[in-house]
Design a protein around this ligand. Sequence first.
Ligand SMILES: Nc1ncnc2c1ncn2[C@@H]1O[C@H](COP(=O)(O)OP(=O)(O)O)[C@@H](O)[C@H]1O
Ligand SMILES: [Mg+2]
Length: 142
Amino acid sequence: MIFKSNNNIETKQLGRTLAAQMKGGEVICLYGDLGSGKTTFMNGFINFFLPGKRVLSPTFIIVRHYNISNKKIKNILHADLYRIEKVENIDILGLAEFMNKSDKVMAIEWAERLGKYLPVKRIDIKFDIISESKRNITMTAL
Ligand SMILES: Nc1ncnc2c1ncn2[C@@H]1O[C@H](COP(=O)(O)OP(=O)(O)O)[C@@H](O)[C@H]1O
Ligand SMILES: [Mg+2]
């Protein structure tokens, strides 16, 4: 499904809408150029569970954990693989161990860098820059 976002707020709102549908165990894979809106989307997603929480890009630390008090979901992992150079480094991160755990949701920016660790069952979200403030956001559940 393709959504058209006209500004940050609409992108955050889309993130919130997806968050409201989470049951636990999902792996969300985010793709798109730098500045296309992946972290902005995740801001809305995480703020659905943690209103007002400051969501920083995990670019430099690679993975951020958020503990949430939700009936089914205990943690959100927000990862950014931009700085990952070799797929072997995914092993070191232990990301694969967190995938498809029923009490966790994982969201991974630059998920194409997962290589062989890219799970078959996932939600793909592709961000395309249309203009300075417009984005096309394509979601596919695999
Ligand atoms: N419609 C939009 N949706 C998301 N971000 C937008 C939009 N329009 C402009 N922007 C800007 O684009 C940038 C997106 O940055 P960010 O979410 O960090 O991208 P990424 O994580 O994909 O690198 C921000 O500076 C944001 O203000
Ligand atoms: Mg980002």
